[in-house]
Design a protein. Sequence first.
Length: 309
Amino acid sequence: MNTPSNTMNGASLSSQTIAPVAISATRTIYWSIRRELWENRLIYLAPFAAAVIFVFGFLVNTLHLRYRMHGAWPSDPAQQHDLLALPYEFSGALIMGIALIVGVFYTLEALYGERRDRSILFWKSLPVSDVTTVLSKIAIPLIVIPMSSFAITIVAQFIMLLLSSVVLIGSGANITLLWTQEPIFRASGELFYHMLTVHGLWYAPLYGWLLLVSAWAPRAPFIWAALPPFVICIVEKITFNTWRFAQMLQFRLEGPQSPASTMAAGSMDPMKNLMPHNFFGQPGLWIGLAIAAVFLAATIRLRRYRGPI
C-alpha cells in the first residue's frame, strides 16, 4: 500500500531536482565579470606592479632628497610644494597610463582569445547569452579597470605620504604641507571623476572598436585594429589632401576639450573641460557613445555566429 505513495514522492522529488533555477540578469553579469577577473589577473596586477615600483622609486628619491638638502630647504612654501608634490602627480599619471594600456590589450584579447583556445565552445554551452558576455567584457575597461586603478593610486599615494613624513622628519621640510595640500586629499575626487569620464565614457568607442576586432579578427587582432584607421588616413590624404580623420582620432585620444578653451600656453585647465556642463554638453561625447553602441551591437552578432579559429 505504500508503494504508490513512495512512487509519487520519488517522482515529485525528481521533478523538483531537475527544475531549472532562474538567475537574474544582474547576477549573471556579476559572475561574468568575476570570471573575467579570474582569467585576466593583469587587469589589476599591472597597475599594482606599477604602483609598487613607483613607491620604491619614490622612497629612494626621498632619501636622496633629504641627503641632498641637508636642512637647506627653501623657505617659500610654493617651492617646497614643487619639490614634494610632483611625485604624487606623476604617480596618478603613471597608473592612469598603465590602466589605458591594460584596457587596450584586454579588449583586443577578450573575444579573440576564447576563439583561439577554443574555450568559446564551452562558454557557449552555458546558459549565458552573447549580450551578457559582451557587456561583461566591455564593463572591464569602462568600469573595473578605472575603479581598480583609482583605488590602487589612492593607496599608493597614502603610502608615499607616510614614507615621506617619516623620512623628512627633522630635515627642515614642512611636513604639515604634505598632509594639508597633497593630491591624496585635495585631488582624489578629481582623479575619481577623471577615471569615470575620460577612461570610461570618452574612450568607450575606442574600446568598442577593439572588442569588435577581437570578435572578428582571424589572426593578429592588433594589426587588424590599427590597419583600417591607417588606411583611411592615407586614402583621405591622397584623395582630399586633408587629415580630418587623423585629427578626429587625435581629438578622441587626447581627451575632451572645451570649445571655449584656448591653446595659449598656461591658459587651458584640463579639469575645466571635464566639468559636467562642459563634458556632457560636448557633441563628441554623445557621438562617440552612439558609435560605441553600434560597435557593441556588431560584436554581439559576431560572437553569436563566429566559431573557434
